[in-house]
Design a protein around this ligand. Sequence first.
Ligand code: AMP
Ligand code: MG
Length: 324
Amino acid sequence: MKKTASFCLILALVLTACACGSREKTDTKTFFLMDTFLSITLYGEADASLYSEVNSIVSAIEAKASRTLTTSEVYAFNHADDGYTFSDEMAMLIERALAMSEATGGAYDITVAPLVELWNIKEATQPVREEAVAEALTKVGYQQLTLSGNTLTKIDPDVTLDLGSLAKGYALEKAKHYLEEQNAVGILNFGGNVALVGAKSDGSPWRVSLRDPFSADRTKGQLSLTAGVVSVSGDYERYFEADGVRYHHIISPFDGYPVQGVHSVAVCSSDALEADMLSTALFVMGQASAAAFYESGMYEFEYIMTLSQDETIVSEGLDGVYTE
Ligand code: AMP
Ligand code: MG
């Protein structure tokens, strides 16, 4: 059922994007990788090899970054007592993630893995015990990590990584570059991370519709963009409800619980890896900290944050770009 929900998100975004402007022929292929649906829509007579190459790009990243595949680099680190020497590519990702943790005061933290495992949102139907949350929290903290060259060491052997907040974004960045090199034109949607590839022949902007966090089959707001990426983090992607509370997959490293008070965050950026990290980070930070972070100018992005049915924060740079 949850897969169906994600698929609706993909369709909502992509169909809206394709329906506007150009009448050129398009073709869409969908894969299930990284535990999510990836959709690739290309304009014109796109060669089949473009789709299969994107599939290979994403599969290669998943093979290194997965927490559950026993042959991955992340798995090796998570099962090592003190540290592990990563490939250049993975070390770069970890470096960028650690910088994001510093910049966000720890709201973004790839060591949330013990909490992600504990909550097991995909299968759970009931909240976990308070003592178990407290226990898992003792194993969380990016300050436990030191990256020296490609070697990541940990002080506490129980510290583990979860790159679920950035892997799709990074894969999207690589896929986008590859397709641009091939002069392809289209739109990619990797589980709520959308990239606009090239420019439409009639010069019209791409339209990206955002899903209404309160209704799976409705959109709420539309972005009109000529380039870049949009990454969305939402509490409707993976969740269960108990006693009127929605328990979902974005977890506060401060108290160990799924973040309440925010329902979705969309980030517009020119960098898909950054956008993916930022949408998760801003979600955890909440309204006030996210606004201050945006004002600081530390990262270049725009955002839309849904707080309730009637309250949506839209950053200044989206004036005339985002309409409801
Ligand atoms: P996204 O859908 O991009 O917001 O990523 C959500 C995923 O990131 C979750 O499924 C977890 O694997 C991981 N995650 C959850 N909370 C955090 C957090 N506070 N910092 C970094 N990663 C997180
Ligand atoms: Mg993310």
